[in-house]
Design a protein around this ligand. Structure first.
Ligand SMILES: CC(C)(COP(=O)(O)OP(=O)(O)OC[C@H]1O[C@@H](n2cnc3c(N)ncnc32)[C@H](O)[C@@H]1OP(=O)(O)O)[C@@H](O)C(=O)NCCC(=O)NCCS
Length: 345
């Protein structure tokens, strides 16, 4: 499929076409890295290739390149949830710095919106990263200004934080000791890689509620469906992408999974780990389990990967409990991420 907007030819990217994929990726990565330095969190080429080439049970992705005179200057990417949130489409638009403010972003976004419409999706999500000092609404920054100009509203403000590694053992020991008297009724369990079979149902259930149990502002999301099949499918995808997961759960006396946290590393970005989800079941809050699982998971990560340099995480700015845990661990504020949303008429 190809669509020509004034000055910009938009073509579908075949993930098996190395040349086209690389041109698309280079535009995406250049635009996302611009001005972000060490704080840029950019998907890696091989991770995206796997995601585009092999739809998972949970979501399907398509990529679009915007070309001027044969050169890719704009990148577009649509992700469609397949098990739940069937009204939504997550859109991503990038334009290389040298080609900005010529309407290419607008043309690419219009194309992606049309793709979403044709798929029957009516709620569009988009994310933009910007300087922390730009303030919660990102005034004056390209992504937020563009999103607002194109009819999107900021519905959730996240803050990016980075933790330098290693966290000294004394700090982890002190925090674990502070938390321990509060969670004597629970057991912590940590592992690397896929979820042990006996924890799979509990893990699928708890992790699928992250989207609705963490503060989500006005983001229009429904609870993800709890699917053990989707967990195994995602684990296979993660492995193909060259990523490794580090996980810790808290179990109550019956062995139910009541809290979890997970970190991921990727062979494509040595030195960095990403903090993914952390959640304590509502009725088990107040026992310092959030801190306890995070401390235990960091211990696991540091023992398994002593050469790591830092961990990156994102939290809703209003998520006071999680932010307090991260502050205690030593995370520093580094940037903002705005989650934008638009309803198609
Ligand atoms: C955001 C981005 C895609 C915009 O691409 P672009 O080709 O420059 O966008 P357009 O030329 O179509 O801009 C359309 C309108 O958005 C607004 N806009 C875009 N960039 C802006 C900026 N830096 N400051 C203020 N307004 C801006 C303006 O209203 C602009 O219209 P105008 O040029 O007539 O004033 C590009 O800057 C980018 O790749 N940024 C990094 C990635 C990103 O944040 N993407 C997510 C966006 S939700």
């Amino acid at each position: 499929m190809s669509r020509t907007c004034p000055g910009l030819e938009i073509v579908a990217v075949d993930p098996h076409d190395e040349q086209a994929l690389t041109a698309w990726y280079d535009a995406y990565a250049e635009a996302e890295r611009h001005g972000r330095g060490r704080t840029a969190t950019v998907w890696q080429l091989r991770e995206l290739q796997v995601m585009l080439a092999e739809p998972s049970i949970r979501r399907r992705s398509t990529a679009w390149a915007g070309r001027v005179d044969g050169r890719t200057v704009a990148a577009g990417w649509v992700q469609l949830p397949l098990l739940d949130n069937l009204e939504r489409a997550e859109l991503s638009v990038q334009v290389v710095p040298a080609a900005r403010r010529r309407g290419h972003g607008t043309a690419m976004l219009a194309h992606l919106e049309q793709v979403a419409r044709e798929e029957g999706r009516t709620v569009l999500g988009a994310e933009a990263t910007y300087d922390y000092d730009a303030g919660p609404d990102g005034a004056g920054e390209s992504g937020p200004e563009f999103a607002r100009a194109r009819g999107f509203d900021l519905v959730l403000g996240d803050v990016q934080r980075i933790l330098d590694l290693p966290v000294p053992d004394e700090v982890l020991d002190r925090l674990a000791a502070e938390a321990a008297p509060h969670h004597t009724a629970y057991t912590l369990r940590s592992w690397v890689g896929p979820v042990p079979e006996e924890l799979l149902v509990g893990w699928a259930d708890l992790t699928s509620s992250l989207m609705t149990e963490a503060p989500m502002g006005e983001l229009d999301v429904e609870r993800e469906s709890a699917s053990t099949e989707a967990v195994r499918d995602a684990e296979a995808l993660v492995a193909k992408q060259g990523r490794t997961k580090y996980n810790t759960v808290a179990l109550d006396a019956e062995g139910t999974v009541v809290a979890y946290t997970d970190l991921a590393t990727t062979v494509h970005e040595p030195g960095r780990a990403y903090q993914w989800g952390t959640l304590v079941r509502r009725e088990h809050r107040g026992h310092r389990l959030g801190l306890a699982v995070k401390v235990a998971n960091l211990r696991l990560l540091q023992a398994e990967c002593p050469d790591l340099d830092h961990v990156v995480t994102y939290n809703a700015e209003v998520n006071a409990h999680m932010v307090a845990v991260n502050d205690a661990l030593g995370y520093r504020v580094t940037a903002r991420l705005g989650e934008f949303q638009k309803r198609l008429a």
